[in-house]
Ligand binder design. Structure first.
Ligand code: MN
Length: 226
């Protein structure tokens, strides 16, 4: 709207400032989906994951999914939804490009949140669930490593809460339990960009190290009880 002198005079004080400037501010933050900040420094996961891998993975790959997603959803009803709802609906609607970028944006949000250098072992209700669904944490980790090795090409290995049970599942490409309405507890990225600089072709070694040394089981426990 073009403001003429009469409009400007009709607006006064704070109301005028809000009316005049709010749309400008909104336009500047016009992307519907923003990448959350990394919850720690790029070097916080060393030596298991190098700062260079974290920098590229977070700053280029993860950021890239958000950038593409924002371009794809522009002026579509998806722009009004939560990221989780975009994942679920784009899958249902067969909007593959939107699904791939939304799911990868969300998968990596979960990925960064679950890690912490020097994290503590699982305890309480989560430990009980691990012990009743597997023969202990070592068994769970061994099975996740094996499942990660089975994913052909790119994908994820997930620990999922499904109907109160803990289930390990491998998924290809942008696959996510969230699309199936299931709760993701741990998600290990087995795309080569997640490990190749540090582990070259040794994917199982990477997955084992990440599970054994970086997963913040206190955080997983909160998700499990949520
Ligand atoms: Mn990734």
């Amino acid at each position: 709207m073009k403001l003429n002198r009469r409009h400007v005079l009709a607006l006064s004080g704070a109301a005028a400032a809000t009316t005049l400037f709010a749309p400008v501010l909104r336009a500047r933050a016009a992307v519907p989906f923003s990448q959350p900040e990394l919850p720690y420094g790029e070097d916080a996961l060393t030596p298991v994951i190098s700062a260079r891998t974290v920098g590229l993975h977070y700053g280029k790959h993860h950021a890239g999914y958000f950038k593409k997603l924002n371009t794809l959803v522009e002026k579509t009803p998806y722009a009004e939804l939560s990221l989780e709802d975009v994942v679920v609906r784009s899958r249902k609607n067969g909007d593959t490009d939107i699904f791939n970028n939304a799911a990868q944006a969300l998968n990596h949000n979960l990925y960064w949140m679950q890690f912490k250098g020097g994290a503590a072992a699982p305890k309480g209700a989560l430990l009980e669930a691990i012990n009743s669904n597997f023969s202990g944490l070592d068994d769970l980790e061994k099975k996740m490593v094996a499942q990660g090795d089975k994913v052909f090409g790119t994908g994820w290995v997930w620990l999922v809460k499904d109907d109160g049970k803990l289930v390990i599942t491998g998924m290809q490409d942008a696959g996510t339990p969230v699309a199936e309405g299931k709760k993701a507890l741990v998600g290990i990225d087995v795309w080569e960009h997640a490990y190749y600089l540090d582990y070259e072709n040794r994917r199982p070694e990477h997955v084992a190290a990440v599970l054994g040394k970086l997963v913040n089981w206190d955080y997983v426990s909160e998700q499990f009880q949520d």
